[in-house]
Design a protein around this ligand. Structure first.
Ligand code: ATP
Ligand code: MG
Length: 389
């Protein structure tokens, strides 16, 4: 049986003149993502993209799994293709959807005749196909209002028969909103923040600060694993690991203890901004959430933001931890985030961090130390990796 995948693209439809560009990005992303399942040709029409296999060697189960991770898709379905002949349609519906129909109690048939030359009207198609299903599969009832399964018959230049849609990942196609640099720790929040911005169409790069020997090799491996999990949705992530030990030791030896965390965060930002500039990223992304810890009060965030020369996106800013965890579970990053390895943020943490810092005092403390040379050195010694799902 010949099959195709029908893709409903979401907000792309609203993009007017840019629509074609958005669709092309989406098609490129789908093509890349479906590569393990086979090769395909793409056909655009209105709000649907039809994905047509180039040959019979397609792993459709794998294709369905891959499709669920592509942003820019509201829903999709696998459809069987048959001739424009009512007997062929009836037979295809039973053959293709028989197992699904036997697993439910109620169904309806939805007819869509776009080719008006086809002899039967949509209601006639529904009646014929519905009666054929009822006489072959028992016990099954028609429910036109809330059926468990909807059999859709679309008469175009060919006939497409399909069952319920799979839910897509939503959002905008990755690459339609430019590129940003995610500050990725080993925690729960930052992978979720990256996923959220990829969902809005951003290509992700990531920067991680490591402080060996205070942070271990396994902590770094964990961050690579997290990047790979996010990459299932965002596509390949360019990950940069910054050696941060010297900077943290210098802060500890030269700055007031209650300012450690904020000075460290400002230096993280400065380094991330340098790398973002080198890599042509338009913005930074962090996993900060208002009030979660002392460095995430409004005053503390303003102090961190004062060094920002690019837009800093904080998609989790208004979310509770349990809402963040819900997404982490959904995208499968939660278990990995829970692995108990150290993060540089937990090295030299002050007992009483400032929750209402004064910017001028922080700046004064920083000015007493030559951090610029240390920043140059850290940027130069940064390690670069390409992380794939
Ligand atoms: P997460 O769960 O992502 O670790 P968190 O709740 O632990 O976040 P913080 O440790 O205060 O919060 O970090 C806030 C944000 O700063 C993180 O979400 C991340 O964007 C960034 N960040 C923290 N540590 C690092 C690190 N070692 N490398 C890169 N970015 C980091
Ligand atoms: Mg953290």
């Amino acid at each position: 049986m010949k099959k195709v995948i029908l893709v409903k693209n979401g907000e792309i439809v609203l993009k007017g003149l840019n629509r074609s560009t958005f669709e092309d990005i989406l098609i490129k992303n789908i093509r890349r993502r479906l590569a393990p399942a086979g090769t395909f040709t793409f056909h655009k029409s209105q709000s649907t993209i039809t994905v047509i296999p180039d040959d019979d060697n397609i792993d459709f189960d794998l294709a369905i799994e891959c499709m669920k991770h592509v942003f820019g898709i509201v829903g999709f379905s696998v459809a069987a293709v048959c001739e424009k002949d009512i007997e062929a349609i009836k037979q295809t519906a039973l053959e293709f959807l028989g197992d699904d129909l036997r697993a439910v109690r109620t169904f309806k048939v939805n007819g869509k005749r776009s080719d008006k030359r086809f002899a039967m009207t949509s209601p006639e198609i529904c009646r014929e196909v519905g009666a054929h299903i009822l006489s072959n599969i028992q016990p099954l009832k028609v429910d036109v209002h809330a059926p468990e399964l909807t059999v859709t018959v679309e008469v175009r230049d060919q006939v497409l028969v399909h069952g319920n849609q799979w839910k897509g990942a939503g959002g905008l196609p990755v690459g339609s909103s430019g590129k940003a640099c995610l500050l990725l720790s080993g925690g729960i929040d930052s992978p979720v923040a990256g996923w959220m911005m990829a969902k809005r169409g951003m290509i992700l790069e990531a920067v991680h600060f490591a402080s060996p020997p205070y942070t271990s090799r396994r902590a770094e491996e964990k961050v690579k694993d997290l990047a790979a999990i996010v990459a299932r949705y965002s596509g390949r992530i360019h990950l940069m690991v910054v050696p941060f030990t010297k900077i943290q030791e210098t802060i500890k030896d030269n700055c007031p203890e209650d300012m450690f965390t904020l000075i460290m965060r400002r230096l993280m930002m400065k380094i991330a901004l340098r790398l973002a500039e080198e890599r042509e990223c338009k913005a930074l992304i962090t996993g900060e959430s208002l009030g979660q810890v002392a460095s995430q009060t409004v005053d503390a965030l303003a102090c961190t933001d004062a060094v920002a020369t690019k837009l800093v996106l904080r998609p989790l800013i208004g979310m509770d931890k349990d809402e963040i965890i819900e997404i982490a579970r959904k995208i499968d990053s939660f278990e990995t985030s829970l692995l108990p390895y150290e993060d540089c943020c937990t090295v030299f943490t002050p007992k009483h961090p400032k929750t209402r810092p004064v910017l001028s005092m922080i700046e004064e403390a920083e000015a007493a130390v030559d951090f610029d040379t240390l920043i140059d050195d850290a940027v130069r010694r940064t390690a670069h990796y390409n992380i794939d799902a």
